[in-house]
Ligand binder design. Structure first.
Ligand SMILES: Cc1cc2nc3c(=O)[nH]c(=O)nc-3n(C[C@H](O)[C@H](O)[C@H](O)COP(=O)(O)OP(=O)(O)OC[C@H]3O[C@@H](n4cnc5c(N)ncnc54)[C@H](O)[C@@H]3O)c2cc1C
Length: 403
């Protein structure tokens, strides 16, 4: 039986309060068809879909599922709001994943019995000065050229939609397909669904190395023994390039990019906003449980998890600039996480020079958005099919091609 406990976490802890599912700990099986290293949104999504496809699937997570970047995420599915000049190579994959989300949500909610808080009002990208307005106009032009369903709103239209916006708001874009989910529901849902599909999640188990025989992948070695498998998927997030995990012949250019976030508590009877709001400084995402997530800083500082005064100040200042009423809100939690970021900010998916060893890493600011399409692409490869072209373009070999 599964018991859901709301864990209360004080300000200052690293991760937001998370509904915890208590399961009997699973032991590491001796064999599997596929072992997935990492129990974040990417590893769990692949595991769920692989198990549904009939593969004997094991996920090995050295902490608890979601404890990496995934529970630190806001949960925006922001293919359009995130799209800027230079992001053209990722856009087809991001849109493909965004289109998959409603069905992924339906199937996951049905399989798990957990509502994901999938919210479909869309995202408002807001300008607050004349300079920001001209940059927003350029963004709108880019979206129009890319065929995105983004609508320009005059200041009055934006404030009619969200009266809490500062009166000096100059314009906004409504990105109608940029929905959101709650990662605190998504991760427990994936845990339940993958288990129901027959996959095994082994937590508190550290993969030390990837086993090879005759040049091809043969399984993993962990601090709790080995698991033999003809296929291994590395979904270890920002830790994927950690020394010793990948064979020396494979260089996956992935590094941690820290983000700090704050959860504020809104007045439930009169939420400060119903849309996700983006500005040039912050995003703000209202959740069904009354939290307003304000995120996120972008910091190149390795694996330093500290919550800093400067980070919190920037978030709160940025939030107040767009939504003055945040001043009245209480602070629920603050945390940081490490985005897994590749050299070109796009994920690295698929084959490596070691047969049987696949990568699903580098999802940067978009791992929640990209989970459905990533899972489909990796399961296609595990079953001997080609991945869809928009996923195949994101292979490791692209870094050699562009060198
Ligand atoms: C503040 C913040 C806000 C964000 N907001 C959004 C958002 O709104 N929308 C969006 O789409 N994305 C967002 N992101 C990005 C998103 O969180 C990531 O892209 C996504 O979580 C990456 O998932 P993952 O499974 O690859 O990595 P992770 O969630 O980091 O999971 C990797 C897991 O691998 C485990 N691991 C590592 N090494 C080993 C090993 N040797 N053995 C066993 N286990 C191992 C780790 O413990 C970890 O749990 C945000 C990120 C941050 C930090």
């Amino acid at each position: 039986m599964t018991i859901i406990i709301e864990q209360t976490i004080d300000v200052g802890r690293r991760l937001p309060a998370t509904p915890i599912l208590q399961h009997a700990p699973a032991a590491l099986p001796a064999t599997a068809d596929v072992v997935i290293i990492g129990g974040g949104v990417i590893g769990l999504s692949i595991a769920w879909r692989a198990a549904l496809a009939g593969l004997a699937t094991v996920v090995v997570e050295r902490d608890e599922a979601g404890a990496g970047a995934s529970l630190a995420a806001t949960g925006m599915l922001a293919a359009a709001a995130e799209f800027e000049t230079g992001g053209e190579s990722l856009l087809p994959f991001a849109l493909a994943s965004q289109r998959r989300w409603p069905r992924f949500r339906d199937e996951l909610e049905q399989a798990s019995g957990v509502s994901l808080d999938f919210e479909t009002r869309g995202t408002l990208v807001v300008a607050l000065t004349r300079d920001e307005t001209s940059r927003l106009r350029a963004k709108h032009d880019l979206h129009v050229r890319a065929g995105l369903p983004t609508r320009w709103l005059a200041a009055t239209e934006a404030r009619d939609l969200e009266p809490g916006l500062r009166s000096s708001t100059t314009a906004a874009l409504l990105c109608a397909d940029d929905h959101q989910v709650d990662p605190r529901r998504l991760i427990p849902a994936l845990r339940l669904a993958l288990k129901a599909a027959g996959a095994t999640l082994v937590e508190h188990c550290d993969v030390l190395s990837i086993d090879r025989e005759n040049g091809r992948c043969a399984g993993v070695v962990t601090n709790h023994g080995a698991c033999r498998a003809p296929s291994v998927v590395v979904a270890a997030g920002a830790w994927a390039a950690r020394a010793g995990l990948l064979p020396e012949s494979i260089h996956a250019p992935v590094r941690p990019l820290k983000g700090q976030s704050i959860a504020l508590r809104m007045n439930r009877m009169a939420p400060a906003t119903r849309h996700v709001i983006w500005t040039e400084q912050v995003h703000m995402a209202p959740k069904a449980d009354g939290r307003l997530i304000v995120g996120a800083t972008v910091e190149e500082c390795g694996f330093d998890p500290s919550i800093t005064a400067g980070g919190l100040f920037a978030l709160l200042e940025g939030a107040r600039r767009a939504l003055p009423c945040v001043e009245e809100m209480s602070v629920d939690a603050v945390w940081s996480g490490f985005r897994p970021t590749s050299d070109d900010d796009a994920p690295i998916l698929g084959a490596t020079p070691v047969p049987g060893l696949l990568l699903a890493v580098g999802h940067h600011r978009n791992g929640i958005l990209l989970a459905p399409a990533t899972a489909d692409a990796i399961v296609d490869l595990l079953q001997g099919r080609n991945a869809a072209p928009e996923a195949a373009a994101l292979d490791l070999a692209r870094f050699r091609r562009s060198a």
